[in-house]
Design a protein around this ligand. Structure first.
Ligand SMILES: CC(C)(COP(=O)(O)OP(=O)(O)OC[C@H]1O[C@@H](n2cnc3c(N)ncnc32)[C@H](O)[C@@H]1OP(=O)(O)O)[C@@H](O)C(=O)NCCC(=O)NCCS
Length: 210
């Protein structure tokens, strides 16, 4: 999905404009994106990794995780600035909650230097829409209690926060899917496909139609 040029004019004073190094696009990530995902996780500093995984994560663990990101169940979306992946959001299914409703968990990571420009909110909006269209009623988002950025971001989406066992947990209750929300995701999926195909290495050939 090609994004409006939100990075250029009229940036509120609280926001840092993302360095303009090319076109910005948000799309679903696939196993063919694993090299970009791996490079993304390996570029992250230890503080960012600790915030994302709520534990110390070295290069080896980060690289191992990157290999599995797009093949684990759920959905992964990324934002590219130019040709480089700079932000990544994950939607993972969870077991039903105490009330029996369908739940999923979201994790977000925006590379330092690309924050406070709305990328985290864009990822979350896309994952909220995808979860809603899959019949998820509750989205859970966990972070360290001192993670002001994540807490403020998800509270902007109406999350109810609670502190549990040294973690902050936010819950966003989702509305039911509508024909419009399904159509909107369908259009984005078609664009995702075009962008993902365009990003494939030239040596990979698509199968011919039978
Ligand atoms: C949390 C994170 C994803 C936010 O990404 P981001 O792209 O900077 O977020 P956005 O620019 O979309 O910000 C949306 C809102 O979040 C809040 N926010 C973001 N960063 C903030 C900060 N450092 N301090 C206070 N509020 C902040 C603001 O309300 C902001 O709106 P505003 O810019 O209009 O004030 C990013 O800081 C990050 O990747 N952190 C490390 C990984 C992590 O902690 N993940 C969470 C656990 S899974």
């Amino acid at each position: 999905m090609s994004l409006p040029n939100f990075l250029a004019p009229a940036v509120p004073p609280s926001r840092q404009p993302v360095p303009r190094r090319g076109r910005t696009s948000l799309r679903r990530l696939w196993p063919s994106d694993t090299p970009a995902v791996r490079a993304f996780f390996l570029r992250l500093d230890s503080e960012t990794r600790a915030s994302r995984f709520m534990a110390a994560v070295g290069d080896r663990m980060a690289a191992d995780y990157a290999e599995r990101v797009t093949v684990m169940s759920g959905m992964v979306v990324g934002i590219f600035v130019g040709d480089t992946l700079r932000a990544l959001g994950e939607l993972r299914p969870l077991g039903p909650g105490p009330s029996g409703v369908r739940r999923a968990e979201v994790a977000l990571t925006v590379e330092p230097g690309f924050r406070r420009a709305g990328l985290g909110a864009l990822l979350l909006r896309r994952l909220v829409e995808a979860a809603r269209n899959r019949g998820i009623a509750e989205l859970c988002l966990r972070c360290l209690p001192h993670n002001v950025a994540m807490r403020r971001l998800i509270m902007g989406f109406g999350a109810q926060m609670r502190l549990e066992e040294g973690e902050s947990e936010g819950t966003i209750r989702l509305a039911r899917a509508t024909p419009l929300s399904l159509w909107q995701e369908g259009v984005e999926a078609a664009l995702d496909f075009q962008l993902a195909v365009a990003a494939l290495p030239l040596s990979i050939k698509l199968p011919r139609a039978a």
